[in-house]
Design a protein around this ligand. Structure first.
Ligand SMILES: NC(=O)c1ccc[n+]([C@@H]2O[C@H](COP(=O)([O-])OP(=O)(O)OC[C@H]3O[C@@H](n4cnc5c(N)ncnc54)[C@H](OP(=O)(O)O)[C@@H]3O)[C@@H](O)[C@H]2O)c1
Length: 251
């Protein structure tokens, strides 16, 4: 049987690394997207030691040339792509941003380059390969902080967070991209969903999250392995509730 081929961007650490580890443990060939070769190769080695069929692929989501080269390499090696997890993201630039009234446009553009435009660059480069798979899955790693429904609901814990423009709006834009790609691809077997890992302890938040990276990654893994009856065009994942349940979230 041919292995399922999965590309995870930003897979050298955090939720992306754990997603690669869990998909690799299911027998998938995991392509470890990383912008830095040293960090990517270290992740590849660690994943191989854990038994996964992992291969590093250099990929900076803000560099269209590196993305195109990655697509050409995947085509030459495998001829198709079954799973794309658009995981690479940043919030660290945004944390300097403070409230909307004091937003730095330079910082905002830098966040959007990775969290929004990077996803379009990677998805469009990989779509020809995803269309060649039997039933490809695209997972866009978003966040509940991009949910307009939750942020504007006074009863939601998210409404208690300080207002900021850059990171939340980048994830709201990513949610709409998810809905629009799902719409474009609705007559194909390809499913496109946005993942909410929940507040997860990684470098993105100085390891302050209350969930582990492995728990956060379970959401991407679930959406990457949906069967034919699964949804498309949803925001799915951790619901910020005392029970810590998984489910569909409001856009
Ligand atoms: N942690 C949370 O609580 C949380 C909650 C909701 C959503 N998320 C989302 O989950 C995803 C993963 O974040 P994380 O928490 O695992 O953070 P992380 O540990 O900081 O990992 C971020 C990953 O993205 C990579 N990356 C950043 N810019 C890139 C670029 N231009 N090209 C390629 N890769 C790039 C980083 O690579 P380098 O090592 O080279 O910087 C790193 O591998 C992000 O999309 C984030 O927004 C996280």
């Amino acid at each position: 049987m041919t292995a399922t081929i999965a590309l995870i961007t930003g897979a050298n650490k955090g939720i992306g690394f754990e997603t690669a580890r869990q998909l690799g443990a299911q027998g998938m060939t995991v392509l470890v997207g990383a912008r830095d070769e040293e960090r990517g190769r270290a992740a590849e080695s660690a994943l191989r030691e854990s038994g996964a069929d992992a291969r590093f692929v250099q990929l900076d989501v803000t560099d269209a040339k590196s993305v195109q080269q990655a697509a050409e390499w995947i085509e030459a090696e495998y001829g198709r792509l079954d799973v794309l997890v658009n995981n690479a993201g940043t919030a660290t630039i945004a944390r300097r941003g403070a409230p909307p009234s004091q937003t730095s446009l330079d910082d905002m553009r830098a966040v959007y380059e990775i969290n929004v435009f990077g996803v379009v660059t990677v998805t469009n480069a990989m779509l020809p390969l995803l269309r060649r798979a039997e039933a490809a899955r695209i997972v866009n790693v978003s966040s509940e902080v991009g949910s307009i429904g939750s942020q504007s609901d006074p009863a939601s814990p998210l409404a208690q967070l300080p207002a900021s423009a850059q990171y939340p709006s980048s994830k709201a834009a990513l949610d709409m991209l998810t809905a629009m790609y799902a719409k474009e691809l609705r007559d194909t077997p390809i499913k496109v969903n946005a993942a909410n890992p929940g507040y997860t302890a990684t470098d993105l938040n100085g390891n302050s999250g209350f969930r582990s990276a492995a728990e956060g990654a379970e959401v991407s893994v679930h959406l990457a392995t949906l069967d034919a009856s699964g949804p498309t065009g949803t925001l799915w994942g951790y619901q910020w509730s005392p029970q810590g349940a998984y489910g569909t979230l409001p856009w």
